[in-house]
Design a binder for this molecule. Structure first.
Ligand code: PLP
Length: 390
């Protein structure tokens, strides 16, 4: 097939829910991929922070294909090894007590919301079900998670929405105090708002949230779907701050390109979801868990340090480019504020062979966590060319 055939077939038969660029990707290796007409791109997107180890990493692909030849799936009525190992590793690395595996970020957040409500129900009875989330957050596309998402654009067409969400301004503890009441069971945040524009929350605000939550037995849920699994230079981004979440969710980068999400529960919440209260058919799929274990194998302290060093290198370079007003984010989650239209930049980058993302009015970079210095240089050179040409 050629690019146009793939594009035409997609337009004809796949529901038109995505604003796509005219790029049909056929294959990839590391941070490079090739379209059906043979054009090469440097990939600063990793899907959307999914391909932690880039395209078709050899070790990852081997682990996945070995698992596919050993045990592809069985129901959660039985035990399997890859999920048990993955849960053990995530718990040991974080001090959390138990994991539940889902298939996506939204689904992990749904489970977290259910767990928060049930924790409160078990302890305080019905009625204490409200969850405070932040304005400009993003938590997913299911009915509960679009409601949790603190952006009005998501709150149309699909009503009635799920009851019990209130929105407080980020970095404004007084507004949080205003939204919290006797019916609040949880506060749910991203420590860096990803879709919202790579906005890192302030340390003082996060400390105050943590303190408030502990004082009132309100659960702190940290949505690490975009920030988790090494993306910011630590396994989870909350550890950059003085935070002890009760529930953490992950997805995107966890499987390295296979669909898997996780909910991690602390001491207090570990037994809230009891038999019969939560389930998903594909949960802890052995192939997805084998992919996730390969991602965790890669993320040694050394590799995490390199992610942080690459942030410094990339940020310093970008700050010297024309049209750049500021750079935000941590690790390989980078937001670039520019004084020109970001879609124009994205399209010019595509022309010149570089894939980048946007978040609100910014350019967003989520390169593979194992991107090489050479691949970074090649991508940045294109970005420089593009910004000089506009
Ligand atoms: C992408 C994202 C989600 C949704 O994940 P899906 O896998 O698309 O359901 C939820 N929360 C955050 C912070 C995200 O970035």
């Amino acid at each position: 097939m050629d690019n146009q055939t793939v594009i035409n077939k997609t337009k004809e038969h796949i529901a038109n829910t995505y604003g796509r660029y005219d790029v049909a990707i056929q294959r990839g290796s590391g941070a490079r991929c090739t379209d059906f007409d043979g054009k090469e791109y440097i990939d600063f997107t990793s899907g959307i922070g999914v391909n932690s180890l880039g395209f078709c990493n050899e070790t990852w692909a081997l682990a996945v294909s070995r698992q596919a030849q050993t045990l592809n799936h069985t129901s959660n009525l039985y035990y399997t090894e890859p999920g048990a190992l993955l849960a053990e590793r995530l718990c040991k690395a974080t001090g959390m007590k138990k994991a539940f595996f889902s298939n996506s970020g939204a689904e992990a957040n749904e489970g977290a919301i259910k767990a928060a409500r049930k924790y409160s129900y078990d302890k305080y009875g019905s009625g204490r079900y409200e969850i405070v989330t932040l304005v400009n957050s993003f938590h997913g596309r299911t009915l509960a998670t679009i409601t949790a998402t603190g952006q009005d654009v998501f709150h149309q067409f699909f009503d009635p929405f799920v009851e019990g969400f209130r929105y407080a301004k980020a970095n404004d503890i007084d507004d949080v105090l205003d939204k919290v009441n006797d019916q609040t069971c949880a506060i749910m945040i991203e420590v860096i708002q990803g879709e919202g524009g790579i906005l890192t929350l302030e340390g003082d605000f996060l400390n105050a949230l943590d303190k408030l939550a502990k004082e009132r037995d309100i659960l702190l849920i940290v949505d690490e779907v975009q920030t988790g699994i090494g993306r910011t230079g630590t396994l989870f981004a909350y550890s950059h701050f003085d935070l002890m979440p009760n529930i953490v969710t992950a997805a995107k980068g966890l499987g390295g390109g296979l669909p898997i999400g996780a909910i991690l529960f602390d001491e207090k919440t570990q037994n809230v979801l009891s038999p019969g209260t939560h389930a998903t058919t594909y949960g802890a799929n052995p192939i997805c868990c084998a992919g996730a274990n390969a991602v965790l194998d890669y993320l040694t302290d050394d590799k995490l340090r390199t992610i942080t060093q690459n942030n410094t290198m990339i940020t310093d370079y970008i700050l010297h480019l024309p049209h750049v007003k500021s750079v935000s984010g941590l690790g390989l989650m980078i937001g670039i504020e520019i004084d020109i239209d970001n879609q124009t930049v994205v399209k010019k980058c595509i022309e010149k062979g570089l894939l980048v993302l946007t978040a609100k009015h910014k350019i967003r970079l989520l390169p593979p966590l194992n991107i090489t210095a050479e691949e970074i240089d090649a991508g940045l050179a294109i970005l420089k060319d593009v910004l000089h040409s506009i």
